[in-house]
Design a protein around this ligand. Structure first.
Ligand code: SF4
Length: 352
């Protein structure tokens, strides 16, 4: 059975050997730096090892100088993307705004906006993941972001999200849809193994497929396996099996339009079988920082992955070619992108 001819039920239940997978024509990745601006968050997801309470000794808010030093280090290490990551709406946590005021800001979005401008000045394309945003907030951040992201995770109500106001699926769908209305190249994804079932995964993917048919703004959908973290409510829950991941990747490829790349994280999974099931992107691979969400899983060296990779930017080629970016980003994208919208080869940049 070829993947094009099967039903979702076949992909979920048929013996794997009866499903015929093919390797993608091209496998992409981007060289990024992970900038964990703050680990303070209004939510408290059952699987999260990143978030800290505001009074915790490990709670942090990076200052502008610290961020700029990291960005410069990344530029020197040949990165092209600054991945700004945070807890969601940290300013709703009592005490956070006082920390922010120490850096001269009353609004976290103003702070993020300025950090994105610093990244552009350094020569890196910002990609921000601020969690649930309103239409107006997305519109404000769009000119200084090459792309933005929000994991859908799941459309199901799961215990892992108990008490997390921002994990209401409807809110996340609204943000993803508003990004479409604003023509923001967007990254979303599923977190697999947090209590959802096959019906939920199929519903989530069909919803994303519908959004893509309406707005064409989803550049990639990440299929991310849950990874247990010590000290969290889900510390004793097992990660999803490789078979569940493989079937989920195949489902994503089957249900999503062809212009959406399926991304899998190469520090969490064995990539070869997932590439044959329909994945074609490995996401951002950092040569400068660890994956702060899964720090126990080191990034592989791209040269060791055993696959020929094409380097892309934070904004996918089709959106480079279609001009889905602001005037503020145009010079840098012009400098970094080749005629097809991928990253220019070293000889084309003339600087390495
Ligand atoms: S997973 Fe994200 S939203 Fe949930 S607690 Fe952690 S930082 Fe907050």
């Amino acid at each position: 059975m070829s993947l094009e001819d099967v039903s979702t039920a076949d992909i979920v239940a048929a013996p794997l050997e009866t499903l015929s997978f093919v390797l993608p024509a091209r496998v992409t990745f981007s060289r990024n730096v992970f900038v964990p601006v703050t680990n303070i968050c209004r939510n408290a997801c059952g699987y999260c090892g990143f978030r800290r309470d505001i009074g915790d000794a490990e709670a942090h808010l990076m200052g502008p100088d610290e961020v700029e030093t990291l960005l410069q280090q990344a530029k020197n290490a040949d990165c092209t993307e600054a991945l700004f990551t945070f807890g969601e709406r940290p300013y709703e946590v009592p005490g956070f705004l006082e920390k922010l005021e120490a850096f001269g800001y009353a609004s976290f979005l103003d702070y993020l906006y300025d950090l994105c401008k610093v990244a552009i000045a350094v020569g890196l394309l910002p990609h921000s993941n601020p969690g649930v945003l309103t239409f107006d907030e997305l519109e404000r951040l769009k000119p200084v972001n090459a792309s933005m992201g929000l994991m859908l995770e799941t459309t199901a109500s799961v215990n892992a999200h108990q008490g997390c106001v921002g994990k209401e699926p409807e809110l996340r769908v609204w943000t993803i849809e508003d990004a479409g209305k604003l023509r923001v190249p967007f990254t979303t994804g599923l977190l697999v193994g947090i209590g959802e079932g096959w019906g939920d995964r199929i519903r989530s993917l069909k919803l994303l497929a519908d959004l893509q048919r309406r707005y064409r703004h989803l550049q990639e959908v990440i299929i991310q396996p849950f990874a247990p973290k010590p000290g969290t409510r889900m510390a004793d829950v097992a990660s999803p099996s490789s078979e569940v991941l493989l079937r989920t990747v195949a489902l994503a490829r089957h249900l999503l339009p062809d212009d959406v790349a399926i991304q899998v994280p190469p520090n969490l999974v064995e990539i070869a079988p997932l590439l044959s099931a329909g994945a074609s992107d490995l996401g951002g691979i950092s040569t400068v920082t660890v994956d702060y969400i899964n720090p126990e899983h080191a990034w592989p060296d791209v040269a060791d992955l055993g696959v020929a990779l094409t380097e892309r930017l934070a904004i996918y080629p089709q959106y480079v070619r279609a001009g889905w970016y602001s005037e503020a980003l145009a010079p840098l994208i012009g400098e970094l992108a080749d005629k097809d919208g991928f990253r220019k080869k070293r000889a084309e940049t003339g600087d390495r």
